[in-house]
Design a protein around this ligand. Structure first.
Ligand SMILES: NC(=O)c1ccc[n+]([C@@H]2O[C@H](COP(=O)([O-])OP(=O)(O)OC[C@H]3O[C@@H](n4cnc5c(N)ncnc54)[C@H](OP(=O)(O)O)[C@@H]3O)[C@@H](O)[C@H]2O)c1
Length: 325
């Protein structure tokens, strides 16, 4: 895997980062820690989390996992999107998970409900400091490598008070670098305004929405996500919608697109191709998919020529326009 230096003096990081959202799909701490160990053993050295993921549980598990290896990896956490107060309680969380284990069909409805109750941060220095301090405790560390404003608007990211707080925390050593992560329209406006909070930008990018082509020219360092979610089933649906499409891609690329992991692997390889000096995040509950993603990020699975051809072929895919969420 390509190693990546996030900032001068940073711990070694990698061009593939593991996102902690899917951890919460595993039944308990033992399985979650084992998955993080699999990612680390496979060579992944960056982990992305937020107080919002698993309503605090993702940061706590990542903290347990990184004890004893903190100087060998980099961590992003975020500030701004807060879980609803009632689900911040560990007991409410545990109870909810027990119920979900008994009635898995409730998962989607409960998660939608929780999202509507989630509180957007006010992005003041005081709230940022409070959130950072809670994250450091949960992560069992004295610093985070990247601290991102989570789903900020342009106004949030432009706040002078916020920028002064972030700079002061960099000087203090509790955060090493900062930026913004979230919904693309806001990220684009933050990048275009060339704000201090646009040093690192985290946003969705995939073969169906090559948003990085807009952001990279601004000079921001890019971390992308959403390689698979939504885009993978849409590409599959497009391939299946007309006879001959699979056969044409297989002929051009000289691979069996139907084979397990091949299409996903090509989509991930294309994400790295579009973001050659940045990082691609992904998440999964499955150890075998971590191994496969590492193999792709290391350039072992496909030749550069195959990836370039795939990226060009995928421009033919047209999908119905998404409605804004
Ligand atoms: N605002 C922000 O900054 C922000 C927003 C969203 C996400 N993120 C970060 O990005 C991370 C990744 O999230 P994402 O939204 O970009 O999701 P993603 O990685 O594009 O997709 C994850 C989903 O794809 C499936 N998957 C993973 N590998 C696969 C493969 N090889 N083949 C088929 N399916 C596969 C996983 O299911 P299985 O478990 O079944 O494998 C999971 O449901 C998050 O964990 C989070 O850390 C940040």
């Amino acid at each position: 895997m390509r190693s990546l230096t996030l900032f001068p003096g940073s711990a070694p990081s990698t061009n593939l980062g593991f996102g902690t959202t899917c951890l919460m799909g595993l039944p308990g701490s033992k399985e979650r820690l084992a998955l993080l160990e699999t990612a680390f053993d496979a060579g992944i050295r960056h982990f992305d989390t937020a107080p919002y993921y698993g309503y605090g549980e993702a940061e706590r598990i990542l903290g347990d996992f990184s004890v004893g290896k903190r100087d060998q990896l980099t961590i992003t956490t975020k500030y701004g999107l807060q879980p609803p107060a009632m689900v911040k309680s560990r007991w409410v969380n545990l109870l909810a998970r027990r119920i979900l284990r008994l009635f898995p069909g409730l998962r989607t409805r409960l998660s939608q409900k929780a999202q509507t109750l989630s509180k957007k941060g006010s992005f003041t220095a005081a709230e940022g400091r409070r959130s950072l301090e809670q994250s450091l405790v949960a992560l069992k560390t004295d610093h985070v490598d990247l601290f991102l404003l989570h789903e900020p608007t342009l106004a949030d990211a432009s706040s002078e008070e916020m920028c002064q707080f972030l700079e002061a925390e960099v000087k203090r050593g509790r955060i090493r670098a900062y930026g913004c992560g979230g919904e693309f329209a806001a990220i684009q406006s933050i990048a275009t305004a060339n704000l201090p909070t646009a040093q690192w930008l985290q946003f969705e990018d995939n073969v169906l929405g090559r948003r990085i082509e807009i952001i990279r020219p601004t000079g921001a360092r890019c971390i992308t996500f959403r390689t698979f979610l939504e885009a993978l089933p849409q590409v599959v649906a497009w391939l299946e919608a007309a006879s001959g499409r699979y056969a044409e891609w297989e002929r051009e690329l000289q691979v069996d697109i139907h084979a397990e992991g091949v299409l996903a692997g090509l989509m991930q390889a294309a994400s790295h191709l579009r973001n050659p000096d940045g990082m691609v995040l992904f998440s999964t509950r499955r150890a075998d998919r971590i191994q496969a993603a590492v193999s792709v990020a290391s350039g072992r699975q496909f030749s550069p020529e195959q990836v370039r051809k795939f990226d060009a072929l995928a421009r033919m895919v047209s999908v119905p326009t998404r409605t804004a969420k």
